[in-house]
Design a protein around this ligand. Structure first.
Ligand code: ADP
Ligand code: ZN
Ligand code: ZN
Length: 800
C-alpha cells in the first residue's frame, strides 16, 4: 500500500521518487499517472504517482492527502516518455510531465498564511494584518509594507501561523443546466393541463425534444419563466442538472464536408509508400519532400483516413504560424468532429477541453502545434510533422525537446510511421534520408503542373550606385504599380528575426564576419564594436569597408511600420494591410486581417514571418522580399538554411491559381548561394552547397552541438563561473571534443541577468550527459550560488 511519487518541486534534490502511504479508501484509485497532493516538509504539494510497491525503507512514511484525478492523466507510455525526455534534454522529470499536460491541469500553487492558534493569542501587529479573517494571501503581503513581512516571518517561526500551499486548477469545466422529462402518467399530465397552462406548454415542448435539453433554451423558446420550470421540478415531472459543455473554438464556423481528391500519379506513389508501414503496423520515418503546392496536405488527409479505418488515431503537427483557419478547415471538412485542434490561440479552457476530448477518446485526430505531440492517444497509427524544418518545433524552455524526436519516439513505441513533410527539409533530416535512415519520397511537381513562380533577384548595391537610396528597388516599385493598375494583390515580406544587427557595406555587400567561425559579427551599440558570439572575438566598428574601401558601411535593421510609411509615400492611393506582432496581438486579429486581404480589402499585405506560410489567395501575383540578407547574417550557422527556406516559402505564395506569379527578392549579396538557388527552386543543389560548408566549419549534421547558458544578476559571478565550467568541460570531455567560450551571449542581458555561454562541438562524446549533469548538480546543490542559473540545450536551434 505504498505509492512512489515524483513531487512538483523542480530542483535537483527532489528529482527522484518519494514514498507515501496510500490510505485504504483510495487503494484502487491510486495508480501510475494519477496526480495526488502529498505533505512535503511543512507544505502540501502536488505529485505524480509513478509506481505502486509493497515495501519501503522510509521510516515514518507520510500518507497521501488527496487524490486529484479519478483516472490517470498520463498513460504508462507518457510516463515512460517523460522519463526519457528528462534524460534526453537534461531537465527534471516533473518539468517533463508538466509539459505534456494542458496548462489548466498544471499546478497553480498559491500560498496562504493560516492562523494556527486562537486569534486572541496573536500579537497585536499580527492580528491587525488578518483583519476579520483567518487567512492571508502571501503574495499580497509580500507586495506590501516590508515590516509586515518581517512581523509575519516571526509569527511563522513561533508557530502561531503557518504557510499553506493551495493547489488549484486555473480553469473549471464549463457547464450548462439541462432538463429531461421524467416518466409522467397521463393523469398527472392532464392535471397539469387543467391547472397550469404554462407548465403544460413547457413539458409538451420538452417531450418533443432530444433529451437532455438545455433549460435556458427551453424556457426562452416557450416564453416560460424559471418559476414555471421550478414548479415542474417540485412536482417531480422533470429533472434538471448541470452538464459539461465544451468550449468549441470553431463552434461558430460551419464546415462543408470534403471528399478525397483523385490523386495525381506522383501523389498516389507517395501515398503508397506511406500506406505500407501503416498496414504492416511498423515504425518507419518517411521524409516527404514536395515543392510548395505539390499536394502534400491531401496526401496527409488520405493517409489519416486509412489510419482511422483501422480504428487507430493520428497526430498532425503543424507549426504555430501555419495553423491558419484555412488549414484547420481542411481537416475539419474531411473528418468533421473526429478532429481536435490545439494551438496557442486557444484559451486555457479551450485547450483543456480539446485535450479532454482526446483523453476520453471522443476524437481520433489532433491537428496542433508543438505540444500536440503529447496528445494522450493510446492507439496511434500515424504521426505527421508538416513543415518539419520549422524551428518553432524546438521548445526553447525546459524541456528543450524537438517535436521531431518526440514523434519518432512515440512512433517506435506504437509501431506507427512518422511522416516528416517539407518543401525545404532541414539539412539534418535530408542528410538522414540520403544516408537511408529515413525513407525519401519526393514530389517534384505542383498539382496540375502549375509552374513555380518566376524569381527575380535585384542587386541593391546596383540601385544605390544608380542613385536610388530608398528601401524599394525600381523593379519592385514598378511591380507594385502594375498590380495596383491591374487590381491584383501584392505581398511584401520583411524578414526581421533575431535581436542582433549585422554590419554591411551598402556598396559591395560585404558583411563583417569572424575569421574563425564564419559567422557574422554582431554590432554592439555599447562600445560601438563588433563581436563574434561563438568565439568571443571582438573588434572596433570599422569606418570603411575592408573589401572596397567605401564609407557606406553601417548596421542594419528596419521595422514594418517604417516600411508602411514609405509605401504610402510612393502609393498614397493604395490600401496596405500590415501584419506583425503589434497588429496581431489581439485574439482573432490574425484571422481578421487575413480574411480582409482574402476578400480583396487590401492591395498590399505587408508582414513578417507570419505571412510566409499558408497564404493561399488566387489574386496574389507579386511577392516582394525587402531584405533577403537580414536573416542571412544572424550569427548562427543555420542562417543560410533559414534564408533559403523562408525565401522558398514566400515565393510559394505567388501564383497559386490561374494567374502566374512573380517574385522580386532584394539583396545586397545576390551572389550568395542561398539566394541564387531560390531563383532555380533548386533544393538539392542548396543541400549540396550547404553540406560542404557544414563540413568545413564542423557543424551539424557532421558534428553535434550543445549550448550552455550561464546567467546571474552579478556579472562577476557569471564570468567567474562560466570560466570554471568551460575549464571543467575541457578537462573532462574527450580530446576531439571542442569547447568554445565562454563568451557573452548574443542577448547579453535579460531581465537584469547577465548571460554568458559555452558551445560544445563533438562527434562522439560518451561522457557528455554525465558531465553536463555533474555541472548542473554541482551548481544547483550549492546554496551559495542560489541565483545563478545554468541552462543546457543539447541540440540548440537558437544561440541567443
Ligand atoms: P502542399 O501542402 O504540398 O503545399 P496542398 O496540399 O496545399 O499542397 O495542395 C495545393 C493545392 O492543390 C490545394 O488547393 C489542393 O486542394 C490542391 N490539390 C491537391 N491535390 C490535388 C489533386 N489530386 N487534385 C486536384 N487538386 C489537388
Ligand atoms: Zn564594400
Ligand atoms: Zn568567431
Amino acid at each position: 500500500m505504498i505509492a512512489r511519487i515524483i513531487v512538483d518541486v523542480p530542483t535537483a534534490q527532489t528529482d527522484r521518487l518519494f514514498d507515501y502511504k496510500v490510505p485504504n479508501e483510495w487503494d484502487t484509485l491510486v495508480q501510475p499517472g494519477i496526480r495526488v497532493v502529498v505533505p512535503f516538509g511543512p507544505r502540501k504539494i502536488q505529485g505524480f504517482v509513478m509506481e505502486r510497491t509493497d515495501t519501503s525503507d522510509v521510516k515514518n512514511m507520510k500518507a497521501i492527502i488527496e487524490v486529484l484525478d479519478p483516472v490517470p492523466v498520463l498513460s504508462d507510455e507518457l510516463l515512460a516518455l517523460g522519463k526519457w525526455l528528462a534524460k534526453a534534454t537534461i531537465c527534471f522529470q516533473v518539468t517533463a510531465f508538466q509539459a505534456m499536460l494542458p496548462a489548466a491541469l498544471k499546478t497553480k500553487v498559491s500560498k496562504k498564511i493560516q492562523v494556527r492558534v486562537e486569534k486572541t493569542e496573536l500579537p497585536e501587529q499580527v492580528r491587525i494584518l488578518f483583519g476579520n479573517g483567518n487567512q492571508l494571501d502571501w503574495d499580497s503581503l509580500k507586495k506590501g509594507e516590508p515590516s509586515h513581512l518581517l512581523t509575519m516571518k516571526k509569527a511563522i517561526e513561533a508557530g502561531l501561523v503557518e504557510i499553506e500551499y493551495a493547489t488549484k486548477a486555473h480553469t473549471k469545466m464549463k457547464t450548462e443546466r439541462v432538463v429531461t422529462v421524467s416518466d409522467v402518467s397521463d393523469s398527472e399530465l392532464e392535471s397539469v393541463q387543467r391547472k397550469a397552462k404554462k407548465q403544460f406548454e413547457l413539458i409538451q415542448y420538452l417531450k418533443k425534444k432530444k433529451q437532455p435539453f438545455p433549460s435556458q433554451q427551453a424556457m426562452s423558446e416557450t416564453k416560460t419563466s424559471r418559476a414555471t420550470l421550478n414548479a415542474l421540478l417540485d412536482k417531480g415531472l422533470v429533472r434538471e442538472w448541470a452538464q459539461e459543455v465544451y468550449r468549441d473554438p470553431t463552434s461558430n464556423e460551419t464546415f462543408n464536408k470534403s471528399e478525397p481528391l483523385l490523386l495525381t500519379p506522383q501523389q498516389q506513389e507517395a501515398l503508397h509508400m506511406i500506406s505500407r508501414p501503416i498496414e504492416e503496423d511498423r515504425y518507419e520515418t518517411i521524409l516527404l519532400h514536395g515543392v510548395t503546392g505539390s499536394g502534400k496536405t491531401e496526401i496527409y488527409l488520405q493517409a489519416i483516413a486509412k489510419v482511422l479505418e483501422k480504428g487507430q488515431e493520428a497526430i498532425m503537427l503543424v507549426p504555430e504560424i501555419s495553423l491558419t483557419p484555412q488549414m484547420v478547415n481542411r481537416f475539419k471538412a474531411r473528418f468533421g468532429n473526429l478532429v481536435a485542434i490545439m494551438h496557442s490561440g486557444l484559451s486555457n479552457g479551450e485547450k483543456y477541453d480539446e485535450w479532454r476530448k482526446i483523453h476520453r477518446k471522443e476524437v481520433s485526430v489532433v491537428v496542433g502545434a508543438r505540444s500536440a505531440v503529447f496528445a494522450p492517444f493510446t492507439n496511434l497509427g500515424l504521426l505527421i510533422v508538416d513543415e518539419e524544418h520549422e524551428s518553432s518545433y524546438k521548445q526553447e524552455e525546459a524541456p528543450r525537446y524537438h517535436t521531431r524526436d518526440v514523434a519518432k519516439y512515440r512512433g517506435e513505441i506504437h509501431r506507427a510511421p512518422v511522416i516528416l513533410g517539407s518543401a525545404t527539409p532541414s539539412i539534418e533530416s535530408f542528410a538522414r534520408a540520403k544516408k537511408g535512415n529515413y525513407t525519401l519520397v519526393s514530389l517534384q511537381e505542383r498539382v496540375n503542373a502549375r509552374p513555380m513562380p518566376e524569381v527575380e533577384i535585384v542587386d541593391m548595391r546596383e540601385e544605390l550606385r544608380n542613385g536610388n537610396r530608398s528601401m524599394f528597388s525600381r523593379a519592385l516599385l514598378q511591380g507594385i504599380r502594375d498590380r495596383l493598375d491591374r487590381k491584383e494583390q501584392s505581398v511584401l515580406f520583411l524578414n526581421r528575426r533575431g535581436y542582433s544587427t549585422f554590419v554591411m557595406c551598402r556598396d559591395c555587400g560585404y558583411v563583417a564576419s569572424c575569421d574563425y567561425c564564419d559567422i557574422s559579427y554582431t554590432y554592439h551599440r555599447k562600445g560601438h564594436s563588433l563581436k563574434c558570439h561563438y568565439c568571443g572575438d571582438e573588434k572596433p566598428m570599422p569606418t570603411t569597408c575592408s573589401e572596397c574601401g567605401s564609407e557606406h558601411i553601417r548596421f542594419f535593421g528596419s521595422g514594418t511600420q517604417k516600411v508602411e510609411e514609405e509605401l504610402y509615400k510612393h502609393f498614397p492611393e493604395a490600401t496596405v494591410i500590415r501584419m506583425d506582432v503589434d497588429t496581431t496581438r489581439k485574439k482573432g486579429s490574425h484571422k481578421a486581417l487575413l480574411d480582409a486581404f482574402g476578400q480583396g480589402k487590401g492591395d498590399i499585405l505587408l508582414g513578417t514571418q507570419m505571412i510566409a506560410k499558408g497564404l493561399d489567395f488566387p489574386n496574389i501575383t507579386l511577392v516582394g522580399v525587402l531584405a533577403a540578407d537580414s536573416m542571412l547574417h544572424i550569427p548562427d550557422f543555420r542562417s543560410a538554411e533559414r534564408t533559403f527556406q523562408v525565401l522558398e516559402q514566400v515565393a510559394g505564395r505567388a501564383g497559386r491559381a490561374e494567374l502566374t506569379g512573380e517574385v522580386i527578392v532584394q539583396s545586397y549579396t545576390p551572389e550568395h548561394y542561398s539566394i541564387q538557388l531560390v531563383k532555380q527552386h533548386d533544393y538539392e543543389q542548396f543541400f549540396a552547397s550547404e553540406m560542404r560548408i557544414r563540413k568545413q566549419g564542423g557543424y551539424p549534421p557532421y558534428y553535434y552541438m550543445a549550448l550552455l547558458t550561464i546567467s546571474d544578476q552579478d556579472l562577476a559571478t557569471v564570468i567567474k563561473t562560466s570560466g570554471k565550467i568551460a575549464e571543467y568541460l575541457k578537462r573532462t570531455l574527450s580530446k576531439d571534443t571542442v569547447v568554445l567560450g565562454p563568451v557573452v551571449s548574443p542577448i547579453a542581458r535579460i531581465k537584469d541577468r547577465y548571460r554568458y555561454q559555452c558551445v560544445i562541438k563533438y562527434k562522439h562524446e560518451p561522457k557528455l550527459y554525465e558531465t553536463l549533469e555533474t555541472v548542473l548538480n554541482h551548481y544547483q546543490r550549492d546554496t551559495t550560488t542560489k541565483r545563478l542559473s545554468i541552462s543546457m540545450d543539447v541540440h540548440p536551434y537558437f544561440f541567443m
